[in-house]
Ligand binder design. Structure first.
Ligand SMILES: *[C@@H]1O[C@H](CO)[C@@H](O)[C@H](O)[C@H]1NC(C)=O
Ligand SMILES: [Zn+2]
Length: 369
């Protein structure tokens, strides 16, 4: 078995000129095995989504309930993933002198042999807090569904990651930087403004984390200088779960990654693996020309990372769902086929990014959900 990996800085450089290099597409067979999550996205009983369809305002019991949901899930079902908190506090324009807790949760799976600062990390991100107003706001698309999708991605890729690591270790292939790919999931807190969106009233958790990581230096001989540097791609999911989403390609440097995901969507539709019947593709911009990339973009949790040079793939429905920031952004207004299709597409993208054709199964996935 031959495992070929190219470290991302190299991939990025070469892909700017030659988009097909060093990236093996999943086979049709593998695409067919990608699980949808099924009933686990049920809004009343589904184990992934139902428990977080509650208000999740920082500093309230809903925040704690959401945290417990994530931590228990990884602790019980994905014990190979590390769990790390990144806690900060801050004042908001509406909560006076009280220090509000903003607590990011970081779940990470690296090759077992890596030293600090050695792995490049596919980084999948969503915010788990919900907006304080209107009272009782759930934020199903914003971003309970993206969080549940990332939990599904984690459990769906887990067995392949294990197999890959085991086979690499057996062949003595680990230990060089280009081979050492991992994945981390960041569930960020305090994305929403409390009063009105400004630089200081928004992105509380993301700002604190990006700032800290910038100065968290790895040992001098580490390949990557800090945790920001280790992020091979920062994939941010937001406002997903409504029918017929339109997710544009925003950033030219990562357009090739957008194209890879759009191709997965296209292939899955052709293979009849998707359930939704949208007016157009979720990801319609694969053919977008370099000259059409402008400066306009949606402010979101990627901003503090992007300003520090991290490559961003922003998966956000634009225009925003009509339920955006209203009481209608709840479970009942979700389009479940769309939710499950996103779960399939993002899972397939993660498998492809992590080069999992190397461990393509030749049978059905047992108990695939
Ligand atoms: C962060 O806060 C959580 C929830 O209050 C707590 O369980 C955890 O121990 C804290 N972690 C750190 C590193 O401070
Ligand atoms: Zn929002």
């Amino acid at each position: 078995m031959h495992l070929m990996r190219i470290a991302l800085p190299l991939v990025l450089l070469s892909l700017l000129t030659s988009p097909a290099l060093a990236y093996t597409s999943l086979s049709d067979h593998f695409l067919k095995l990608v699980p949808s999550g099924g009933d686990d996205f049920d809004i009343d009983k589904g184990k992934l989504l139902a428990p977080i369809l509650i208000p999740r305002v920082p500093g309230t019991p809903g925040q704690v309930a959401a945290q417990e949901h994530f931590v228990n899930f990884f602790h019980k079902e994905l014990p190979s993933w590390s769990i790390e908190w990144f806690n900060s506090t801050g004042k908001t324009p509406v909560t006076g002198d009280r220090e509000i807790p903003f607590q990011n949760l970081l779940f990470k799976r690296e090759p077992p042999w890596v030293k600090e600062g050695q792995s490049n990390l596919l980084t999948l991100v969503a915010h788990y807090d919900s907006k304080i107003e209107p009272k009782g706001f759930i934020g199903a698309t914003d971003s309970a569904v993206p969080c549940a999708i990332l939990m599904h991605v984690a459990r769906s890729i887990d067995r392949f990651v294990t197999q890959m690591h085991d086979e690499m270790a057996a062949l003595g292939e680990g230990g060089t930087v280009p081979m050492d790919m991992g994945v981390q999931i960041l569930l960020l807190d305090g994305e929403e403004a409390f009063l009105q969106w400004t630089e200081t009233d928004s992105l509380y958790g993301a700002r604190a984390l990006a700032e800290r990581w910038e100065t968290s230096y790895h040992p001098a001989n580490a390949f990557y200088k800090n945790p920001l540097d280790q992020i091979s791609l920062f994939v941010l999911l937001d406002l997903l779960g409504s029918a017929s989403p339109n997710v544009p390609s925003t950033f030219l440097p990562t357009h090739w990654a957008y194209q890879a995901m759009a191709k997965i969507e296209h292939r899955m539709r052709q293979l009849n693996l998707l359930e939704s019947k949208p007016a157009g593709p979720f990801l319609p911009d694969a053919e977008k020309k370099a000259s059409n990339f402008g400066r306009g973009m949606v402010e979101d949790d990627h901003i503090p990372f992007m300003r520090r040079g991290v490559p961003i793939l922003h998966l956000i429905a634009t225009p925003f769902p009509t339920v955006w920031h209203t009481m209608n952004d709840d479970g009942a207004h979700l389009d479940m086929p769309t939710v499950r299709d996103w779960a399939r597409i993002v899972t397939a993208f993660a498998l492809e990014w992590l080069d999992m054709m190397e461990v393509e199964p030749n049978d059905e996935i047992p108990a695939g959900r």
